[in-house]
Ligand binder design. Structure first.
Ligand code: NAD
Length: 266
């Protein structure tokens, strides 16, 4: 199992779903974890659960679209634990709709969370991460949650795919820039298939609305999209994030990690 002792990790959108699973897996691997999210109650509950298991974790309320809140959140990591080594840009939103019916307001909302949130997080965290990573052999790590929707197109997913495609290439540029500047910070993206979270349930709801099929039928349809024949579990994405945070992935930067049960291999 990867060792994250001596690592301080910030997970945006860590109150539920994939972010909560990543926070838990990082804490179990020995990291000090800061969970940030709009959802205060869920975030506090997750922290209480981790503390009761003997792990180190804290919560801060945070809107990833707000630059001043990013500054507060990154400095909270420093005042609470003494710095920052790993940023997981996980917070994201999802909705679908034909391009012709998508309003500019919807488009901007998606980009504000899924793309500007990642940009602001990366910009704010790099100075703090490099403060520690440049003095150590162990590298800092930025892990961005893209999606299979950042790799392939899909009808009615124009806005979401555009936002996740942007995350994919922004990650590569971050990786190359940090390498060129010798910051000792790696950056990689994760591309999950459909994962069993509230966002995953939205995918099912959309199928039900579109086709009139029942819940079980729609779930089976989504499961069958994946050659492994099922949804992914949040913990399966979390293990990839732990690997990318750890020194086990010390020669990996600018890479795409597909966690999709084979969906995009077809
Ligand atoms: P989720 O909806 O269950 O959780 C998302 C979390 O992000 C929530 O806790 C939410 O409060 C938080 N969040 C949303 N907007 C925010 C904001 N402005 N500021 C701070 N926090 C905010 O979703 P999930 O399934 O856990 O997805 C996590 C990430 O993985 C997202 O980036 C998503 O796009 C990506 N992803 C999910 C799937 C999937 O099938 N579930 C597939 C591919 C990629």
């Amino acid at each position: 199992m990867a060792d994250l002792k001596n690592k301080i990790v910030l997970v945006s959108g860590g109150a539920r779903g994939i972010g909560a699973a990543i926070s838990e897996a990082m804490a179990k691997a020995g990291a000090k974890v800061v969970i940030s999210d709009l959802l205060e109650k869920e975030g506090q509950n997750k922290v209480s659960e981790l503390l009761s298991q003997g792990h180190q974790a804290s919560f801060i309320k945070h809107d990833v679209t707000d630059e001043s809140e990013w500054k507060k959140t990154v400095s909270f990591c420093s005042t609470t634990y003494g710095g920052l080594d790993v940023l997981v840009n996980n917070a994201g939103i999802y909705f679908t709709g034909p391009i012709e019916e998508t309003t500019l307001e919807d488009w901007k909302k998606m980009f504000s969370v899924n793309v500007e949130g990642v940009f602001l997080g990366t910009k704010t965290a790099i100075p703090e991460i490099k403060r520690r990573s440049m003095k150590r052999e162990s590298s800092g790590s930025i892990i961005n949650l893209s999606s299979i929707a950042g790799l392939v197109g899909s009808p009615s997913h124009g806005t979401y795919t555009a936002s996740k495609g942007a995350v994919k290439l922004f990650t590569k540029s971050t990786a190359l820039e940090c390498a060129a500047l010798e910051y000792n910070i790696r950056a990689n993206s994760i591309h999950p298939g459909v994962i069993d979270t509230q966002m995953g349930s939205q995918v099912i709801k959309n199928i039900i609305e579109k086709t009139g099929s029942g819940d079980n039928e729609a779930r089976a349809q989504v499961a069958e999209l994946h050659p492994l024949g099922r949804f992914g579990r949040p913990g399966e994405v979390a293990q990839t994030a732990v690997f990318l945070a750890s020194d086990d992935s010390s020669f990996i930067t600018g890479a795409e990690f597909v966690v999709d049960g084979g969906l995009t291999a077809k």
